[in-house]
Design a protein around this ligand. Sequence first.
Ligand SMILES: Nc1ncnc2c1ncn2[C@@H]1O[C@H](COP(=O)(O)OP(=O)(O)OP(=O)(O)O)[C@@H](O)[C@H]1O
Length: 384
Amino acid sequence: MIRLDRVSKRYADGTVAVQELSLEVGRGELVVLVGPSGCGKTTTMKMVNRLVEPTAGSIYVDGVDVTQADPVALRRGIGYVIQNVGLFPHRTIEDNIAVVPELVGWARRQRADRARELMELVGLDPAVHGPRYPHELSGGQRQRVGVARALAVDPPVLLMDEPFSAVDPVVRSQLQDEFLRLQDDVRKTILFVTHDIEEAVRLGDRIAVFKQGGLLEQYDTPAAVLGAPATDFVADFVGADRGLKRLSVTPITQADLEHPPVVRAEDDLTDAGSVLGSGRWAVVLDGDGKLAGWVGRDMLTGSGRVRDRARRMEAWVELDDTLKVAFAEMLQWNAGWIAVLDDDDRYVGVLTPATLHTALRRSVEAEVQDVPRAAVLLETVQDA
Ligand SMILES: Nc1ncnc2c1ncn2[C@@H]1O[C@H](COP(=O)(O)OP(=O)(O)OP(=O)(O)O)[C@@H](O)[C@H]1O
């Protein structure tokens, strides 16, 4: 959808901002350009909508060479969101969102409807926020308006330059979550610039790591960049805690799970005791295979059914949640294990700190060896 072919930019004063950059962004893909200050991220982005003209190379958007396109028409087809939003201070929020629809000649009624629809989409209340002026909103709300405005005429491509960096970390994290949900809905092709590796890893389908001079050091999925940095520069940039950061990009899979004894809520206590054997606890399921709780061996005394003694589970996670979510839940509930459910809410196994660690090691090794995760064999203490 967006293709840069050996693009370079040298500014009039001789500064080389981008060098021989080739990069492709697929339709519906969210690609994050990340790197230290001055490495050419913004320049790269501005060449796509011709706010900056390349010195060499070609750029195509949906197969069209942008240098041959009319810049005004080109920009209308590409949403643009910047850090301080650039809202018109004397126009209401509703009118700010409707700027481009107005430019392209939509009727008043249609513009107003679209503005309200977009406010709802980005989590603003049209009745409350629509008539306000930009200074009457919080920083986070203004950023949402920026996103709504960029989506107004439903452009297939969005360029976003540090859109969330002017707000505090809590609001920023909220905006990132909302933005990911929104992208799930609208599936735009997005180039997103940030200097923050955490943000890049959280948002990007792929991330492009730049170093000074506009050199592309690595272009890959967040998991691959964290697991197998291509150069020393990338390893340094992503940080010594990249192993920890990988927790947030590594999903739980079936192969990671452990399978402790399982008893049914309707089981007789004595039968349940024999299922446990020497085990200290068991997972309790109802008749449909759904999680009903857990039970300890010392709770199985006397007569009755397992359901009379079972304890409710405070927390669980789902397959496809990340290892970070699982670890955070274990820490929050001070638990030694956490149950994992499938898409239909059926119990499939448990994760423990040890299996979680193994899953993480396996995923890194899979990245390095370029093989599926299940194919990786790891040495363990038991092998010694
Ligand atoms: N109009 C300009 N004239 C001359 N040099 C420029 C101009 N714009 C940017 N530069 C230089 O080009 C280089 C890349 O700048 P650019 O803004 O693309 O970097 P960036 O990675 O987006 O940085 P940041 O994260 O600080 O925004 C820098 O050295 C910058 O000083």
